[in-house]
Design a protein around this ligand. Structure first.
Ligand SMILES: CC(=O)[C@@H](O)[C@H](O)COP(=O)(O)O
Length: 257
């Protein structure tokens, strides 16, 4: 068993999926099913969380998937906290993907407001999964505040540019005492595999699935990428070297004969 454990809860899948930007609810469900995910994140601003008949929520089987509300669109801590409280009041589990993104162009997370919101929400009993820039110092502060994960970005949301923050993420992974979930910017299964090979505990993907010609097939491709990367990480990757080293050394019985 190689389960992902977040706040004491076990997941077989290490791929979390976002629900934005899909051309239809059917396409979203195909991507979720193909990916094998068990956690799906939903922007609180986009759904009527009080209404189980909301057209998008009605397509998410809550027995099969953990619905992870996110505070996407919040511009400061106050707004994020308000959204999280609304979700809990509407009967959602007290899990929240904390996003505070005041900058409309790059959607980069605000570190000060994110930390402030995390401190409040943890105290109120929320399981907090904060979306952050790949900043190891901030990651430490959030863990000290009691967050259940840290979720550093690979690249800005929706850019599909892959693991641009690789070196910083490596430091976060080295120092983390909670699961590290690489979130945002992963545009191809190879990007997800790279994050997992680096030692990330999980990844979260949305845009790459939503914009694919066949979201179900892309979900399956990401599943394989995540599994391959995880397996390689556990198997132990060889270190990178500057100089060549022959795969078939010229020592041994041929030269000695
Ligand atoms: C859906 C979500 O929670 C975001 O953090 C984000 O949308 C994920 O990033 P990509 O859309 O780039 O995969």
């Amino acid at each position: 068993m190689d389960d992902l454990i977040i706040a004491g809860r076990r997941f077989h899948s290490r791929l979390l999926v976002g629900t934005g930007k899909f051309s239809s609810n059917a396409a979203m469900v195909e991507a979720m099913e193909g990916s094998g995910c068990e956690v799906v994140t939903v922007a609180l601003r986009r759904v009527d969380i009080d209404n189980p008949g909301d057209s998008m929520l009605a397509h998410i089987d809550r027995d099969k998937y953990l619905l992870l509300p996110n505070t996407s669109g919040a511009r400061d801590a106050e707004e994020a906290v308000r959204l999280a409280r609304l979700a809990r009041a509407a009967g959602c589990e007290p899990w929240v993907k904390l996003e505070v993104t005041p900058d409309p162009y790059y959607l980069l997370p605000d570190p000060v407001e994110t930390l402030k919101a995390a401190q409040i929400l943890v105290k109120e009993g929320f399981v907090v999964l904060p979306y952050i820039n790949a900043d190891p110092v901030l990651a430490k502060h959030l863990q000290e505040a009691g967050t259940a994960t840290v979720m550093p970005l690979g690249a800005p949301i929706g850019t599909n540019r892959g693991l641009r923050t690789r070196d910083q993420i490596a430091i976060i992974i080295e120092q983390a005492v909670v699961p590290v979930v690489v979130d945002a910017g992963l545009g191809a299964p190879s990007h997800a595999a790279e994050a997992m090979e680096l030692g990330a505990d999980a990844v979260l993907v949305n845009t790459a699935l939503a914009v694919a010609r066949d979201p179900g097939a892309m979900g399956r491709a990401f599943k394989k990428g995540v599994e391959a990367g995880r397996e390689a990480f556990l198997a132990g990757l060889g270190e990178q070297r500057e100089k060549a080293e022959a795969s078939s050394p010229l020592t041994g019985f041929l030269r000695d004969a």
